[in-house]
Design a protein around this ligand. Structure first.
Ligand code: HEM
Length: 195
């Protein structure tokens, strides 16, 4: 099971150097990719100079043309309970798995605060209640991560840990892939050290 996750995370890392078009083989006949839903998701993530300094949510929450609004990613994940389950599994794995010892060492002795903050942040980021911004204001995530040394190794550990957590809580495979693409953008932006 882990091998499969490692492969998809490794693939993301390997394919990520050239902008969002490289994140997936777009099947759209349009050269503009304007009718491709997955390209639209990636445009949403990259429409600002970086994916995390904006307080915009990950996906549009309503239709512009009067048709039924599309579900938010928060709803697609399964709401508060399922999102909390994902975040808890993420930090459980970080705590338990030897391969994440470097990532774990950056975090405080108790992970309770980290669990809450990531859950609050992802809730708003996915189009649900914006608990993080209500309590702490603008996320400024890159600035908040500057005290920690984050190179490719830490980025990749974070992504693999999240990929394993998504698989363990049994998110739909297509949803896992879509989230991993978005997480990659954010995690890569967080790097503040060569290596
Ligand atoms: C790239 C690898 C990453 C590393 C090594 C990393 C590491 C850390 C560490 C050490 C903390 C402090 C924990 C605490 O004070 O309890 C933290 C906080 C946080 N991280 Fe990350 N992180 C990474 C990526 C991400 C990503 C991709 C996201 C969002 C999708 C994220 C969201 C957060 C949030 C919301 C906080 C709380 C910030 C605050 O208010 O202090 N992190 N991270």
């Amino acid at each position: 099971m882990f091998e499969q996750v490692e492969m998809s995370a490794a693939l993301l890392v390997a394919e990520s150097s050239g902008g969002h078009q490289k994140f997936h083989a777009c099947q759209s006949p349009s050269q503009e990719k304007s009718d491709c839903k997955r390209c639209a998701i990636m445009r949403g993530m990259t429409s600002n100079s970086n994916p995390v300094e904006s307080t915009d949510t990950l996906l549009s929450t309503g239709a512009q043309d009067g048709s039924a609004p599309s579900p938010t990613l928060y709803e697609t994940v399964g709401g508060a309970e399922r999102l909390r389950e994902l975040v808890d599994r993420f930090y459980d794995l970080m705590d338990l798995e030897a391969q994440f010892v470097g990532l774990r060492a950056l975090h405080p002795a108790t992970l309770e605060g980290s669990r809450d903050k990531l859950y609050w942040f992802l809730s708003g980021w996915m189009g649900g209640p914006d608990h993080y911004v209500e309590q702490f204001g603008h996320p400024r995530l890159r600035a908040r991560h500057l005290p920690f040394r984050i190179a490719s190794t830490e980025r990749d550990q974070w992504l693999l840990c999240m990929a394993m957590a998504m698989q363990d809580v049994a998110l739909e495979p297509a949803l896992q892939e879509r989230l991993l693409e978005s997480f990659y953008q954010t995690a890569d932006w967080m790097r503040n050290t060569e290596g």
